[in-house]
Write a protein that binds this ligand. Structure first.
Ligand code: ATP
Ligand code: MG
Length: 270
């Protein structure tokens, strides 16, 4: 298997020949891309708070004390992203089950309570997508449809309202050819398009685990920054160290230790 670091370097080099790479010093420059026009009105869905709470999704309700952890993380992450002019935040973990989807959804809902923000949540785990199931969203293949050319991004996006959050969600179903799709030019075009959605837009991308395949490596050159989640009782120090090594070329905005005994997520500065 190709070394993950080499793969990141290779992807950087490839990207560099087509446009400005988003790593290191160049990624620190704020970008001022024009907002993309909407081609299709978004499908609207209102979600039940009680259903979400049964799935540990709470951050749409700012009065719920459990949302405080996500609100603090939101403030820290957005401060860094705004300062650098970053728009796309990818969430990954060393191995499965650390809480990427749990954190992606709660963090997005917390961000989406800020009225001046437009927040999009994208399920880019094309092997084990969980966002639609967790939110109880039905219908449409979402990201897969866009990558395979059946829909444009607006047709694949659902405007989700719950509590005081107004969130755009692009779910997906799993793809039988996920490996090929993730490294395709359609994926590059799709991910690059996400970051050109206007100044107020923040895009949160729920990814697969970093150490179990090549998918994350293909995605990294096309996102502005990464949040790494590890879980108490699941993640080994050696795995976290391995991830840090692989992410050296990418801006890591936060490291979060999830599933701590108190049941809350804790963020640490890197
Ligand atoms: N802080 C937490 N406390 C308790 N349970 C949690 C916490 N975070 C996540 N979970 C639960 O752990 C399980 C795995 O979480 P989640 O699906 O978010 O992980 P994941 O990293 O996205 O997994 P995968 O790698 O399969 O995509 C879910 O049942 C989720 O509700
Ligand atoms: Mg997940």
């Amino acid at each position: 298997m190709e070394d993950i670091r080499q793969a990141v370097e290779r992807a950087k080099a490839e990207l560099g020949s087509h446009g400005a790479p988003r790593f290191g010093t160049t990624s620190n420059r704020p970008r001022h891309d024009a907002p993309t026009e909407r081609k299709t009105p978004l499908r609207q869905v209102t979600l039940e708070s009680s259903f979400l709470q049964s799935r540990r999704i709470v951050a749409h309700d700012g009065m719920d004390p459990r949302s405080l952890t996500f609100d603090i993380l939101r403030t820290e992450v957005l401060r860094s992203m705004d300062f650098k002019g970053w728009k796309t935040l990818a969430i990954t973990s060393p191995t499965p089950g650390c809480g990427k989807t749990f954190l992606s959804i709660n963090l997005s809902l917390s961000m989406a309570r800020e009225p001046e923000r437009q927040v999009s949540l994208v399920d880019f785990d094309l092997r084990r997508p969980q966002i639609a199931r967790t939110l109880g969203l039905k219908g449409g293949d979402g990201v897969i449809d866009v990558l395979e050319g059946r829909k444009d991004p607006d047709e694949a996006t659902i405007n989700v309202r719950v509590g005081s959050s107004n969130l755009e969600v692009m779910p997906t179903t799993s793809g039988s050819n996920a490996s090929d799709l993730v490294s395709s030019s359609a994926t590059k075009q799709f991910l690059d398009g996400l970051s050109r959605r206007g100044q107020a837009q923040i895009v949160v991308i729920d990814l697969p685990p970093l150490l179990t395949g090549h998918d994350v490596i293909s995605v990294l050159p096309h996102v502005d920054c990464v949040l790494l989640v590890a879980a108490v009782g699941t993640s080994k120090v050696s795995e976290i160290e391995q991830c840090k090594k692989y992410l050296q070329a990418t801006d890591m905005v936060r490291f979060v230790l999830n599933k701590a005994p108190s049941g809350t997520a804790h963020g640490y500065y890197y």
